[in-house]
Design a protein around this ligand. Structure first.
Ligand SMILES: O=C[C@H](O)COP(=O)(O)O
Length: 256
């Protein structure tokens, strides 16, 4: 955790979820009602097909709804893409950009990810900019070099604590059940904090840095308790309301 920074517990549903899954969103929205919501923010990013109906379900809820990607342009001939403006038009407030699955499946570069984050800012969305090393890069001892390059190249100069969240997701930890040691998470997050402060000054002290990669109810308290870990980006465990809420609820003990 970082002093005076409101953590964010975010779920990324990836390419999962149909209308039947809206019951999980309803349960999460109901589950995050209560005193903890003043201290910890909750977000679900369903597939784009569910975005509008999900925001409609959450109008009176502290649960925020976001999207998983946006195009870098505001409109135009880009079949199959959605713009940041369209997400805002559906009342989404966040968009994930640069997830490693997009970097791999769609060959997204740091330069493109930065342009997408800028498009998000223009539509008054908060961008969750994802970074993280692969297993080979880790084995080669390049973790901090990769983090440094991706942070510097993917995060726009106009980033602020309000419009930007960083999500550190070691690629080898995503969906594998593997997580870095607490010491490794602490080291990576301390490094990102120092890089953000060097670039953005005081604003860099307040920018949230999430950890993502096999976060589960069983390891949430330990991971969320690490210095400079300001929440989680959760894949698989966010699909079930009970698991998501158990992770969110880990802050009950951490903030007690
Ligand atoms: O965006 C979320 C991450 O890729 C983590 O996924 P996971 O929790 O299934 O490992």
């Amino acid at each position: 955790m970082t002093p005076d920074v409101r953590p964010l517990v975010a779920g990324n549903w990836k390419m999962n979820g149909t209308r039947a899954s809206l019951d999980q969103i309803k349960a999460i929205a109901a589950g995050v009602e209560g005193p903890l919501s003043a201290k910890v923010e909750a977000l679900i990013c369903p597939p784009a097909t569910l975005l509008y109906v999900a925001t409609a379900l959450c109008t009176d809820s502290p649960l925020a709804i976001g999207a998983q990607d946006c195009h870098q342009n505001p409109s135009g001939a880009h079949t199959g893409d959605i713009s940041a403006e369209m997400i805002a038009d559906c009342f989404g407030t966040y968009v994930i950009v640069g997830h490693s699955e997009r970097r791999t499946d769609h060959a997204e570069t740091d330069h493109l990810v930065r342009a997408k984050a800028e498009a998000a800012f223009a539509a008054e969305l908060t961008a969750i900019v994802c970074i993280g090393e692969t297993a080979d890069e880790r084995k080669a001892g390049q973790t901090l070099d990769i983090i440094k390059r991706q942070l510097s190249a993917s995060v726009p100069d106009s980033a602020t604590p309000e419009n930007t969240v960083i999500a550190y997701e070691p690629v080898w930890a995503i969906g594998t059940g593997l997580t870095p040691t607490v010491e490794d998470v602490e080291k990576a997050h301390a490094f990102m904090r120092s890089e953000l402060v060097a670039r953005f000054g005081d604003a860099g002290k307040k920018m949230r840095i999430l950890y993502g990669g096999s976060v589960k109810p069983s390891n949430a308290k330990e991971l969320m308790g690490v210095a400079n870990v300001d929440g989680a980006l959760i894949g698989g465990a966010s699909l079930k309301a009970t698991d998501f809420l158990a992770i969110y609820g880990a802050y009950d003990a951490l903030l007690a």
